[in-house]
Design a protein. Structure first.
Ligand SMILES: Nc1ncnc2c1ncn2[C@@H]1O[C@H](COP(=O)(O)OP(=O)(O)O)[C@@H](O)[C@H]1O
Ligand SMILES: [Mg+2]
Length: 449
């Protein structure tokens, strides 16, 4: 940080010279008086005439030195405080800018330089910041002496929203320990501090929450209106039509099931999120859990004409995990592979221990040979309610929450989910979990394949 400190230095120098002058003239006057007295009263001791001015001069020098020492002490104290203030500012991750009453930049911290690379000390703020709202705010704060709060958005290079708090700073009265003003490096005048707060992520979260509620309502409303419609038909026109009643009741059952699935998925998602920061502790064999879920899913695969091929090492592939959550991961991934990749006729599920940069991992991989996923969709698949084809997903009984749940569970297990796909050739979903180190230590024979 730089500073304009000539004024302060000059003031200090002037004071020094003034005190030295006072001391010198004091000694001169004393000596003059002494000679006058000596002339008037003969017989005054010669040594006295010499000694008194010397003593006066010595006292004067001592006083001058004390003044000087006090000044140095104050300067050191002020310097230390400035260093602390600078360190504080440098460590504030939010941009802070100080301008004087002409809106000329006087102080900036590192974060401010990063946000506004055009900032230069001694240059007008408007050179670096082209946000009229903020400049108007600065003007208003200077005019009224009141705190002003402004919001402004940056579009380039990325969209960011900032809140700027502009606070008047009267250096004359605001400086703690009043006497420090004497050696203060800043001119005594009205200034402003601009404090920038990045609201981008807070805003994004807000939008996400609003979108989420809108999505949930929409997802629930569709089956609900269908249910209501059929109830009315059954109460009215189809009251005595036995065949229609059977058909409609079946549709109502499917719709009610869809609502119940959606609520189940929402509840598991919020449960997992609540415990996101608590990593599971129980040793769990990923191979055994996967085999159990594949047994449950066998009828679905048969129904769709899909063959599931499972491969796992003979030794347990242990991770620190939560059984129910791991079952959900296998269920969602294999169900998706069977539902969306049924054209391929084959789904491969594999569990394997393997080394990685971050130590040994257990990989659960699910591969299908269906239509695959276009690259633009891949990064968004784990977003809540994101589907490549909404109608196809609904028709297959999907809620659009499956992969969001998988991602959260894998993250809670300190693992990583990767999705690879070549359109036309199928997709590979892989969840990598840190392998349980204790097991590796107990059975050294179980090493990477
Ligand atoms: N194996 C797959 N092959 C092709 N697309 C897939 C596959 N798995 C998931 N998808 C796509 O990802 C979307 C989101 O999946 P998911 O979160 O499980 O929701 P849901 O299955 O309820 O639609 C699906 O709607 C589908 O478009
Ligand atoms: Mg799914």
């Amino acid at each position: 940080m730089e500073r304009q400190d000539e004024d302060g230095e000059e003031a200090g120098g002037a004071r020094d010279r003034a005190s030295r002058r006072a001391v010198a003239s004091g000694a001169l006057i004393a000596t003059g008086l002494l000679f006058l007295v000596a002339a008037a009263t003969e017989g005054v001791n010669f040594w006295l005439v010499v000694a008194i001015p010397v003593a006066v001069a010595a006292a004067a020098i001592a006083v001058g030195e004390r003044v000087q020492a006090r000044r140095v002490k104050k300067l050191v104290a002020a310097g230390r405080r400035l260093a602390i203030v600078e360190a504080l500012l440098a460590n504030i991750p939010d941009p802070v800018v100080m301008v004087d009453r002409r809106a000329i930049v006087r102080e900036v911290n590192g974060a401010a330089r990063e946000l506004l690379p055009g900032l230069r000390l001694g240059h007008p703020l408007s050179f670096a910041l082209r946000a009229p709202q903020v400049l108007d705010g600065v003007e208003e704060a200077l005019r009224t002496g009141e705190r002003v709060r402004i919001e402004y958005a940056e579009r380039v290079p990325t969209e960011r929203v900032f809140e700027v708090l502009i606070g008047p700073l009267d250096l004359e009265t605001d400086r703690p320990g009043g006497d420090a003003v004497e050696v203060g490096p800043l001119p005594r005048e009205q200034s402003l501090v601009l404090y920038f707060r990045d609201l981008t992520s807070a805003r994004r979260l807000e939008t996400m929450r609003v979108d989420f509620v809108a999505n949930v309502s929409h997802e629930l409303r569709t089956p609900l209106s269908s249910l209501l419609g059929f109830v009315e038909t059954l109460q009215g026109p189809a009251r005595n039509d036995a065949a229609a009643r059977e058909r409609f009741l079946e549709i109502m059952r499917v719709q009610a099931q869809r609502m119940s699935r959606l609520i189940d998925d929402l509840l598991s998602l919020s449960r997992i999120e609540l415990r996101a920061h608590v990593a599971p502790q129980t040793p769990l064999d990923v191979g055994a859990v996967t085999r159990q879920m594949l047994d449950t899913l066998a009828p679905l695969a048969r129904e769709r004409g899909v063959e599931i091929v499972f491969e796992a090492p003979p030794q347990p592939a242990l991770i620190a995990g939560e059984r129910d959550e791991l079952l959900r991961v296998v269920e969602n991934l294999v169900e998706n592979a069977v539902k969306y990749g049924d054209g391929g006729g084959r789904v491969e599920v594999g569990v394997a221990r393997r080394p990685s940069e971050a130590g040994e991992i257990v990989r659960l991989a699910v591969r299908d040979y269906g239509p695959g996923i276009a690259p633009e969709h891949v990064p968004r698949l784990t977003e809540r309610f994101y589907r490549v084809d909404v109608a196809a997903s609904r028709e297959k009984g999907g809620t659009g929450l499956g992969l969001a749940i998988v991602k959260h569970i894998v993250a809670r297990h300190r693992g990583r989910l990767t999705i690879e796909s070549t359109p036309g050739e199928g997709a590979l979903f892989a969840a990598d979990f840190p392998a349980l180190a204790a097991e590796a230590a107990r059975t050294p024979a179980v090493s990477a394949e």
